[in-house]
Design a protein around this ligand. Sequence first.
Ligand SMILES: Cc1cc2nc3c(=O)[nH]c(=O)nc-3n(C[C@H](O)[C@H](O)[C@H](O)COP(=O)(O)OP(=O)(O)OC[C@H]3O[C@@H](n4cnc5c(N)ncnc54)[C@H](O)[C@@H]3O)c2cc1C
Length: 1008
Amino acid sequence: MSSLQGEIEQRGTRIFELVDRHPESLFSKAGFYQRMMALSMRDEHFKVQMFRFVDVLPSLRRSSDILEHLEEYFAGIRNGFAPIIDTGVRLARIVPWVSGRVLRWNVSGMARQFIAGKNPDDVMKTLRKRRAQNIGFTVDLLGEAVLSEKEADEYAARCLDLLEGLARETRDWTDPLAKNSELFPVVNLSVKISALYSQMNPADPDEAIAHLAPKLRPIMRRARELGAFINFDMESYAHKNTTLELFKTIFTEEEFKDWPHAGIVIQAYLRDAEADLRDLIDWGRARGTHFTVRLVKGAYWDYETIKSRQNSWDCPVYFQKPESDVNFEELTRLLLENESIVTAAFGSHNVRSIAYAQALADELGIDRSRFEFQLLYGMAGPIKRALVELGYRVREYCPVGELLPGMSYLVRRLLENTSNEGFLRAKFSENASAEELLRDPHELIRRNGAKPEATTGDRQHQNAASLEAPSGDIYKNSSLVNFVYKDSQEKMRSALREVRDCFSEKHPLVIGGEKVWTDKLTPSVNPSAPKMVVGSVAEAGIPEAERAVKAARAAFEKWSRTPFEERAQLLERAAAIMERRRYELSALEVFEVGKPWAEADGDIREAMDFCRFYAAQTRLIGQPRLTQHVPGEESYQHYWPRGVALVIAPWNFPIAILCGMVSAALVTGNTVIMKPSEQSIICGAMLMQIFEEAGVPPGVLNFLSGRGSVIGAHLVDHKDVDLIAFTGSREVGLRIWESAGITRPGQRELKHVVCEMGGKNPVIIDSDADLDEAIADSIYSAFGYQGQKCSALSRLIVLEENYERVMERLLSATASLRIGNPEEPGMMVGPVIDEAAYKRIQEYIDIGKGEATLAYQAKGVPPEGYFIPPTIFTDVKPDMRIAREEIFGPVLSVLKVRDLDEAIDVANGTDYALTAGFFSRSPANIDRAKAQIEAGNVYINRSCTGAVVGRHPFGGFKMSGGGTKAGGADYLLQFLLPRVVTENVTRHGFAPEETPQCRDEFLWPKRH
Ligand SMILES: Cc1cc2nc3c(=O)[nH]c(=O)nc-3n(C[C@H](O)[C@H](O)[C@H](O)COP(=O)(O)OP(=O)(O)OC[C@H]3O[C@@H](n4cnc5c(N)ncnc54)[C@H](O)[C@@H]3O)c2cc1C
């Protein structure tokens, strides 16, 4: 054993001795809370229901609501809690008012366990008690998620008030250790950076800093005058780089450069924590003034892992708990070795982590008054006491605020306390031995067979191992670009520059493998700056359309007989090329269709996903499959391609939707005439280039750019077109549907139409919904990409009980959105696609002004370009035009309803059924919404846009489409003709005993 390990064990054992001298359970408050936590640790299902109930409770106003939720959450629970619930519910039916209050009181008690005070006055009582115990404080203001600048300003004002109050009340307080006190002011305020700016976008740290710095300066200035300390808390990974950058920027300013009372948090569960800490230390040395780092493990482990899995991102956190522990110790060493410039504050309840810091500080000869331990209010009381007894500096992190805003904090703490991995549970609930708890985490890693630390460079490797798709999922999605990384931001900026240099390029049509020029070139313009031409494409007329049909028909013969594996590989090569060119393609979308960065990237990801997903699906359905095991007979079902497919795509997902329809048609053996939207022809030309490079044979894919009313209409009616895959407006879709029903002379096949059209998508906000989420997601659904998604929210249906609060937050959040040229990474709202769209949307806004009340319209949009400000109408009734007709722009109608019955009626009361959303925390209401809302894609408690291939097969019914599901398992069948081949294999009563499940392909016959 190393001497350091010996020291750690000795110190740890000493702490445990002191802790055990005043035995205390994990939860210092007995009774209800104790019981709930004990049950949560025994029963995972109960824990989930319990936390969800705690989460919703503060938003329930009536006792009857509380009881309904109680029943809904716990009805199926079979454990020690069942009798309490049963009795509670029975009693509640008799005296609902009393029971509701009792429950609320009990849960409030749980919250009070972790919240040091309701308001600044209230918290002083706690701080005085702690002072008597020689424990210092840092105060944190709890708040709802900040959705608007109004809310952010309120937070800043509350910070200032709190500072004033704390300074006033603690005027005569002194440092408990009375040594090195200049490093540790009595008043210490922990600030949440995301609460100071509602529009923080990880892709644009500079913009965030430009907004945050002016809000922080007055707080810092006042703190300095009052002799207080300001700490920047660390939140989710998305905000980490901005928070670090902000810290360095603002504390390098002349005014604050020599101020030592600044601190920031480093989270040891992050793989890049060490690099960040080294960078901070270098910065500190260059600055030349002391600063503080609070070292913690990190409070968002579950969130970060879920988020990364959902987006197929490299996961920023370690996967194994001992890896975080090891990193915590390494960072402890780094901090203590640089004690001359950085003061360490160790934020942990883990006695091993604490003992390590103590032992190492001694080894390095650092006096215990020169660093501190920080612990959370309401947790690990005996450890705090022991540390004080041992003469260490202890500071308690004290959250202040009301119950409702405090809920997310409370749930984080409950999770932490009941986590299988957590120290507190092991020590105080499971009574693990001191020896076990003080074990070297390296040893645990070795025992688990895990590699120790992975550096940032190993991220890919580590994730590939740990984030594999669970068995059962056949498809793992491509990742989104994570713009939190500087290198992603830089790649995008340089792609924007490079694409800009190609604006003068001209692109030909491609027919039968030949580049075809016509005497007309169509320019494509940038909707943010309509004078800017993004590129030009030759314009096809009827002769080119005829030529394309002939080429596709001629190529069909061979392509239809190409084995499915080869066709699948073509798609995979195309996806690989897109992956290589993804920044360039995203940049093109920013210019050609006005997509914000992340939206453009999402489009390219979706295109790659379509290719890879359809390739995988083809392998599943490509081989003829036995229909039934019957002796003496073999019957195989399989598929043939339909023939020549015409693909007509919209501009709003200019590469993804085009690519999705094209790749489905190609991989199933059809030949294709690809017609991109007139507004996104350069994207279309790029997709053609990609498939050519991938090796699509001549004539198999033909690129025709031209006017829909001319070549589109001609080809739809063409006798030699067998299949039409269309995504676009209802008007054009219905015309295609109708026209395809007519059989023309010489036509071989009944035309098949895959038709996806628009929506008038509703989102319902229930009376108990989590408004932080409901409002943020509704705004994104309504105004993301300017509302130009067929899935976009256009009717927000709000229950009257919640209406005032929803509207207050919705309007101020909308007023905070950034509107402008999406070349800037943090823009939320860019331009609409063209002048025609601009005029049409304006007309709808005029109609809305006549029919309803204009509740909000943003001002100050850029003068050039087709910018329409986000617009919200209230007093909208279901029969109004703005509530029935698709607008396809940033216009939101809000409908107030009495109850959920009316909400569902209103939601279902249009011609469309594409997407819908429902925000609620009532399990019964969620079940109802799932069953009763008429939409092809129903989303609960999330945005109603952003379908992911394979995960959310996408498409609607009624006037939204023919019931097909792009990106779903059965989509390819739309492009195929099913066949069954049956053979009697009996000869004179003798038949083979075994029949293979699959057999070789029955390829389309060669025609002579
Ligand atoms: C005073 C104070 C201030 C804090 N401020 C912040 C802050 O600003 N930002 C912030 O994010 N957190 C903050 N925290 C919370 C802190 O990050 C931890 O969540 C918490 O303290 C638990 O860590 P521990 O060392 O006490 O306990 P332990 O039980 O030793 O560690 C639990 C921690 O291990 C990590 N972990 C759990 N499972 C795994 C796994 N499978 N793989 C890898 N790692 C895992 C997680 O970080 C988890 O919280 C603060 C904590 C304190 C005490």
